[in-house]
Design a binder for this molecule. Structure first.
Ligand code: NAD
Length: 260
């Protein structure tokens, strides 16, 4: 058939919710079998069922992306299950605890950087051995935060992790080009997901609000957040051969939010 990812295997971290969920479903609709990595949660089992109901294979691996041992096991098991890995979507992430820098604890810093940045490294590190023969595409979910926008007080750890992901994507693109593995970062603006659910913030922070005012005559595409499905379409494009000459770049998907 004419499906973009027929016969390919995709692996998605943070696949149980939000952007990861929408991307997993989109990749499956385009023909891919999908390995779903997330923490233990029945939401990911629902995604697994949904993908099977559209006629692709899906397998849920419960894993914390910041755990080196479990990540090595899970990604090896995923590659063995499907015989190949072609598309990697390193997407799992948290806002973590938001706090002014002087109140930010080293534990909070380590947790946020551990999941968002080290988790990305572990995903890519463990996938590469299974992609070297056939090549493929790696997509990393960064953010406008830390790259183009200060969108909230108290987000220094989050922003550092998100900027780190872009630098990592660029170095990985150069290092892995010899295997025909492309690596790109995507930088979404506000997207309607469940990421706020587990976000903690300190009391001081709640007092500080930054008003959003647009210059006269200019506005972003949306006056609210974008949808996960819109990001999932970008992920599919980067996953497929439609983007065969795109690597080592960061792509903003924010409705022009960061130009204002
Ligand atoms: P979400 O909370 O809806 O989904 C994130 C998923 O990641 C959840 O299913 C969660 O269980 C999983 N996850 C969290 N910690 C994990 C861990 N240690 N190991 C494995 N899985 C883990 O949030 P989302 O908005 O879809 O977030 C996806 C990515 O998008 C994140 O990297 C986030 O930083 C990024 N992002 C989100 C927005 C936004 O506005 N929603 C904007 C820019 C970037």
């Amino acid at each position: 058939g004419g499906l973009l990812l027929q016969g390919k295997t995709a692996l998605v971290t943070g696949a149980g919710s939000g952007i990861g969920r929408a991307a997993a479903l989109n990749l499956a609709r385009a023909g891919a079998n999908v390995c779903l990595l997330d923490l233990i949660d029945e939401r990911t089992e629902d995604v697994e069922k949904e993908i099977r109901s559209i006629g692709r294979e899906a397998e849920f691996f419960d894993v914390d992306v910041s755990d080196p041992g479990r990540m090595e096991q899970a990604i090896r098991a995923a590659a063995e299950r499907f015989g190949r890995l072609d598309v990697i979507f390193a997407n799992a992430g948290i806002n973590g605890t938001l706090a002014p820098i002087e109140d930010l604890t080293p534990e909070t810093w380590d947790q946020t950087l551990g999941i968002n940045l080290k988790g990305t490294f572990l995903t890519v590190k463990n996938a590469v051995p299974h992609m070297k023969t056939n090549g493929g595409s790696i997509i990393i979910t960064s953010s406008i935060n830390g790259n183009r926008k200060f969108s909230g007080f108290g987000m220094s750890a989050y922003s550092a992790s998100k900027a780190g992901q872009v630098a990592f994507a660029k170095m990985a693109a150069l290092e892995l080009a010899r295997y025909r593995i492309r690596v790109n970062a995507i930088c979404p603006g506000g997207i309607q997901t469940n990421i706020g659910e587990n976000t903690n913030s300190t009391k001081q922070l709640d007092k500080i609000r930054i008003p959003v005012e647009y210059p006269e005559g200019a506005q972003p595409l949306e006056h609210g957040p974008g949808r996960p499905e819109q990001v999932a379409d970008l992920v599919l494009f980067l996953a497929s051969e439609q983007s065969s000459h795109i690597t080592g770049t960061e792509i903003y998907i924010d409705g022009a939010e960061t130009l204002l």
